[in-house]
Design a protein around this ligand. Structure first.
Ligand code: C5P
Length: 399
């Protein structure tokens, strides 16, 4: 993608270097435009080195000759302002093009992402809010600010959104919001079935796939409920459209799922639910000699199969099948047995699947289709899986 990143003069300007670096690593072409104020906080040279392109600061006074805001406006697929100060937002909202960035904004037509960062009091000022509302009415996507520590030492709404989150928001800006108005329920992670407070049956699933499926659905415009087992790792900022419901055991997951399922149009079950649970878990830590008395287990309910019984054909149901062998055949029989619309089959084992960054998958659907997604990061994999699922979802009137 061709992205203009506008940098305005606030202390968070240094964080836009992280955004630009990540964008370039992800294969995008990035043109930086800085305001004069921004150059006081961070050197254009930093951005020049990261983007491999001359940085635009002034309309006329450029080392390599004048920069045409009109040409730039035609060139870009997305225009992002990171960080956006109160000053630049006012100029963009009111159409006062006194610098190269706001001139370019006015000669550009396409998706815009604005990432404000400022003192909480400035953010909450009625003028700022008016300008933000104007920009949003012009279909700019306002990402952040977020709650937390700001440079003055205060706490409040004013921090720049997390750079990795901004990268995703910018990448998604030109992608149609295909799930807008749809409620999606996602399960993720391993469940923990406790023998006692310190011992449990579980499995190596990190929960990353469920997290990415929830996150991507939200970026596609869905309202998402994400019910997940205990997470070992922090995967980053969740999209504000995702409501996260943490659970521990399969029984808790089942209760949470049934509370929500009725209002969802799509259910994606990416959880690695433990197949068994102890019959008589102890409330206190067991002595080693007592453990065998609590050893007996019973099968857990199959949450997705139960949903299939109730909602098969009425809601769009998606399973995940992690398999070590006969990947496609096993997934196909689960697709049929659980009354699913699609199942994402993925091989697990050496360097793939559980606990690994990369992911290989096949989306097998009830229309007989089979789409392969090759060894991608789980984030990119989730994006491609959703592309396929969206296509399948709109073939039938599930909503
Ligand atoms: O464990 P299995 O391979 O049958 O899992 C296939 C699908 O069923 C997955 O989507 C998983 O989330 C779901 N499942 C479930 N409840 C279980 C077991 C599996 O919802 N007890």
């Amino acid at each position: 993608m061709r992205i203009i990143v506008g940098v305005s003069g606030g202390i968070a300007a240094y964080k836009s270097a992280i955004v630009v670096s990540s964008m370039v690593q992800r294969g995008h072409q990035v043109q930086i435009l800085m305001t004069e104020g921004a150059t006081r906080f961070i050197q254009p040279l930093t951005f020049e080195a990261l983007s491999g392109r001359p940085v635009g600061v002034s309309v006329t006074d450029q080392p390599a000759g004048p920069i045409s805001h009109v040409k730039l406006g035609k060139w870009a697929d997305v225009l992002a302002v990171v960080p956006a100060t109160v000053g630049i937002m006012s100029r963009l909202a009111l159409g006062e093009p006194t610098d190269l960035l706001s001139l370019t904004y006015m000669s550009y037509r396409g998706p815009v992402v604005i990432a404000p960062a400022m003192e909480p009091k400035m953010w909450l000022h009625p003028r700022t809010q008016e300008h933000v509302a104007k920009l949003a009415a012009d279909e700019a996507q306002i990402v952040g600010p977020v709650e937390g520590h700001v440079a003055s030492g205060d706490e409040g709404m004013g921090r720049l959104a997390d750079p990795e989150f901004l990268v995703r928001a910018i990448e998604h800006a030109p992608i149609p919001k295909a799930l807008s108005g749809i409620h999606v329920l996602v399960t993720g992670g391993a469940t923990w079935e406790h023998f006692d407070p310190v011992r449990a049956i579980t499995n190596p699933s990190t929960g990353r796939m469920g997290f990415e499926m929830a996150q991507e659905a939200a970026f596609l415009g869905a309202r998402v409920t994400y019910i997940h087992g205990p997470r070992g790792a922090d995967f980053g900022t969740l999209h504000p459209s995702v409501t996260s419901i943490p659970i521990v055991s399969a029984k808790e997951m089942r209760d949470a799922v049934w509370n929500i399922a009725e209002s969802a149009s799509i259910v994606v079950a990416a959880a690695a639910v433990s197949d068994f649970r102890p019959i008589s878990p102890a409330k206190q830590k067991l002595h080693k000699s007592e453990i065998t008395a609590h050893w007996d287990v019973t099968a857990n309910p199959d949450i997705l199969a139960e949903l299939g019984q109730e909602y098969g054909g009425r809601k769009f149901l998606v399973g995940f099948a992690a398999e070590t062998d006969n990947v496609v055949a096993s997934a196909q029989s689960k697709l049929a047995a659980k009354h699913l619309d699609a199942i994402v089959a993925n091989p697990v084992g050496a360097n793939l699947g559980f606990g690994h960054w990369e992911h290989r998958a096949q989306v097998i659907d009830r229309f007989g289709g089979n789409a392969t997604i090759n060894e991608e990061s789980k984030e990119i994999s989730a994006r491609k899986i959703w592309e396929r699922l969206v296509d399948l979802f709109y073939r039938e009137p599930y909503v």
